[in-house]
Design a protein around this ligand. Structure first.
Ligand code: UTP
Length: 282
């Protein structure tokens, strides 16, 4: 069984309406934490997990994302032989090292639909998914690397990252019900999962965040997943049907996540990164 993950899908077609007006002309994924856009943190995390093929599910208004990973010869000439050249080096190195593919999601029909849109670019293989508006940091292995390591032990299972959230917030997430795997303190076999439950219906406070390792089986499942009441195809619903045959593991990751899809989480991430940066340069 192939258990090496070679591709990472970035569903970045959403409109980021919580950040209007800035997201009118600037994709949410290009908003910076300090000087680096969210999408670059996501790509760096994939690279850190040994993945070199980045697949962006995007829309017609998000050209800035592709531009970010292309050489900009005028700026390069401008900063050449100055102390600013180093500021471009990191992203240029990524562009050289990785292969980027772009595919458009024609209609905003939900995260499940966005992932399904990437199907023509995925062979019969498992793949990773990163939602770059969930910014994850850790001093040891990155969250995705922790997940790909777990996946190697369970190559017929999908892995979802979960985090304990306050009860007042369970209604913003997909929430799981599961039981710890034998000899594990952080990986659960998922029995049930509910998208945005009311607190009274939430099976736990373990909320799914934007990191997944998905087996190819997810595509056949997504193809039959009904849209919800908002006409969106939810990845949680597709995963639920795989969970019925024990094929979903929830992994409580090590590290810290910032919900940069919300203004509060985004500002918090900038605060934490700024504090770390200015402490190290003072
Ligand atoms: P969100 O609902 O958090 O993102 O979707 P959004 O729609 O861009 O933001 P708001 O709520 O309007 O502020 C989670 C992730 O799924 C992607 C989004 O781009 C985001 O990364 N997504 C969602 C798609 O790619 N396509 C969809 O149809 C829906």
């Amino acid at each position: 069984m192939m258990c090496v993950i070679n591709k990472c899908v970035f569903p970045v077609a959403g409109y980021g309406t919580r950040f209007l007006p800035v997201t009118k002309a600037i994709p949410k994924e290009m908003l910076p934490v300090l000087t680096k856009p969210l999408i670059q943190y996501g790509v760096e995390e994939a690279l850190g997990a040994g993945i070199y093929n980045m697949i962006m599910v995007t829309n017609a208004y998000k050209q800035a994302i592709a531009n970010h990973f292309k050489p900009h010869l005028d700026i390069e000439r401008n900063v050449k032989n100055t102390n600013k050249a180093i500021l471009l080096d990191e992203v240029n190195a990524i562009s050289k090292e990785c292969d980027f593919s772009y595919i458009q999601q024609q209609q905003m029909l939900g995260l499940g639909h966005a992932i399904y849109t990437a199907k023509p670019l995925i062979d019969k293989e498992s793949f990773a998914v990163i939602l770059p508006d969930d910014l994850c940091i850790n001093t040891g292995d990155s969250v995705l690397l922790q997940m790909t390591k777990l996946y190697k032990q369970h190559p017929d299972c999908c892995i979802v990252a979960v985090e304990e959230v306050p009860s007042s917030e369970v209604d913003k997430y997909g929430v799981i019900d599961g039981e710890l795997l034998a000899n594990s303190s952080n990986a659960y076999r998922v029995h049930n999962m509910i998208e945005k439950p009311k607190l009274s219906q939430a099976p736990s406070n373990l909320a799914i965040i934007g990191r997944y390792v998905l087996t190819h089986e997810i595509f056949a499942t997504l193809a039959h997943t009904q849209a919800d009441k908002n006409a969106e195809i939810q990845i949680t619903d597709a995963l639920m049907s795989l969970a019925e045959s024990g094929k979903v593991i929830a992994y409580k990751f090590q590290g810290r996540r910032f919900d940069c899809g919300s203004v509060k989480g985004f500002v918090e991430a900038n605060g934490v990164f700024a504090k770390a940066q200015f402490k190290s340069t003072n």
